[in-house]
Design a protein around this ligand. Structure first.
Ligand SMILES: *[C@@H]1O[C@H](CO)[C@@H](O)[C@H](O)[C@H]1NC(C)=O
Ligand SMILES: *[C@@H]1O[C@H](CO)[C@@H](O)[C@H](O)[C@H]1NC(C)=O
Ligand SMILES: *[C@@H]1O[C@H](CO)[C@@H](O)[C@H](O)[C@H]1NC(C)=O
Ligand SMILES: *[C@@H]1O[C@H](CO)[C@@H](O)[C@H](O)[C@H]1NC(C)=O
Length: 332
């Protein structure tokens, strides 16, 4: 063998050794066999990393062979950078949970059709490019991340996203730019976000929407033309500042089945107008915590007469994560 090649081989080996030494094989990540952490546990199919330094952790390791069995990964109380290749060895992940962590940089490439949940985590500002490598996700959830900022256009790469939940964040204004790119979005939940105004064109960039939940926001005016959402089946406006709902804004919506309003708004709603706007309405959601006047009781009786089901659910004003726990536990 010519000397040059021997040298090259030696050189490569050296690099390899140095590399291995630098990769900190984080013992913080393990199979979810004994940890059984809170709601998320799914033994054998899952990795849980607690207190990991994400910048160096072994999920990065080029030494590892691909693990095709892992369906879920959770980073709990972890810190550092989630790089484009951090999860390269796990091509079949379905769920990625980042919980109570501190992410300094994010450019993670997430597998096709997966769900990403970011909960109670310090996370960088979401700019136009943050989610560039996450473009094949189906579901995205943000829950109670302190001071998280969403810049306009931050979802613009997520052309395949089906479900978007933003819970207990600060999202005072939304407009048609906010949802640019979410052409396939079916379910949008913006709960407890301090939303005040919903402008006319807000939802025009998400024409496929089926379910729109805007609960627990101080909305005073709903100017959005909901009737342009021809696939809409469910709308909830419980615990908002709305006094009445402007039904003439709604063109007859044939697919629409479920409407949730606070009792004040129900009290100001006429059954005939409802029937015109939503000819196939089946279920009226009311908040069992709201006061129910005699007039309202009569109205609900009328609803029952025309085969409208009145379903009373609990929606506390002072939201607690437990009210929405299903959304998190519904991970698997
Ligand atoms: C994580 O590891 C990197 C690289 O070794 C180091 O620079 C950084 O300080 C570590 N971070 C923490 C929070 O320990
Ligand atoms: C989207 O949300 C719906 C309704 O909450 C749920 O049935 C469905 O499984 C979710 N899809 C994904 C990809 O998480
Ligand atoms: C909302 O998020 C903040 C952090 O920004 C957290 O302190 C608070 O407990 C959360 N509230 C609920 C009801 O989840
Ligand atoms: C709302 O949108 C529908 C369907 O796109 C349209 O027919 C209607 O004129 C619009 N209403 C208003 C008030 O803009």
């Amino acid at each position: 063998m010519p000397n040059k090649i021997i040298l090259a081989v030696l050189f490569l080996c050296t690099i390899k050794i140095v590399n291995t030494a630098e990769i900190n094989v984080a013992s913080e990540c393990e199979e979810d066999s004994k940890l059984k952490l809170i709601a998320f546990s799914n033994p054998d199919k899952e990795l849980i990393c607690v207190g990991a330094n994400l910048t160096t952790t072994w999920v990065l390791s080029s030494e590892r062979t691909e693990d095709l069995t892992k369906k879920n990964i959770q980073f709990i109380s972890s810190k550092g950078i989630l790089q484009k290749w951090t999860l390269n060895k796990y091509p079949f992940l379905k769920t990625i949970v980042i919980y109570k962590s501190e992410i300094t940089e994010y450019s993670l490439k997430v597998p096709f059709a997966s769900r990403l949940l970011i909960i109670e985590t310090i996370f960088p500002v979401l700019t136009k490019t943050t989610l560039d490598q996450s473009r094949y996700i189906y579901a995205l959830d943000f829950h109670s991340n302190p001071d998280l900022k969403f810049e306009y256009g931050c979802f613009s790469f997520l052309n395949m996203l089906q479900n978007l939940t933003i819970y207990n964040q600060t999202l005072i204004t939304i407009n048609s730019n906010t949802f640019q790119g979410l052409i396939d979005l079916k379910i949008l939940k913006l709960i407890a976000n301090k939303l005040k105004n919903i402008d006319k064109d807000t939802f025009q960039s998400i024409p496929k929407l089926k379910e729109l939940i805007l609960e627990n926001n101080p909305i005073e005016h709903l100017k959005a033309n909901i009737s342009s959402l021809i696939y809409l089946e469910k709308l909830s406006l419980m615990n908002t500042g709305l006094k009445k709902i402007n039904l003439p804004l709604f063109f007859p919506m044939k697919r629409f089945k479920i409407l949730g309003l606070s009792n004040t708004v129900w009290g100001n709603t006429k059954i005939t107008n409802l029937a015109i706007a939503f000819p196939n309405l089946r279920i009226c959601l009311a908040n069992s915590i709201d006061k129910e006047t005699d007039i309202l009781k009569e109205l609900f009786e009328e609803f029952v007469d025309v085969e409208l089901r009145v379903k009373k659910i609990v929606r506390p004003l002072d939201i607690q994560i437990s009210s929405y726990k299903y959304d998190i536990t519904g991970v698997y």
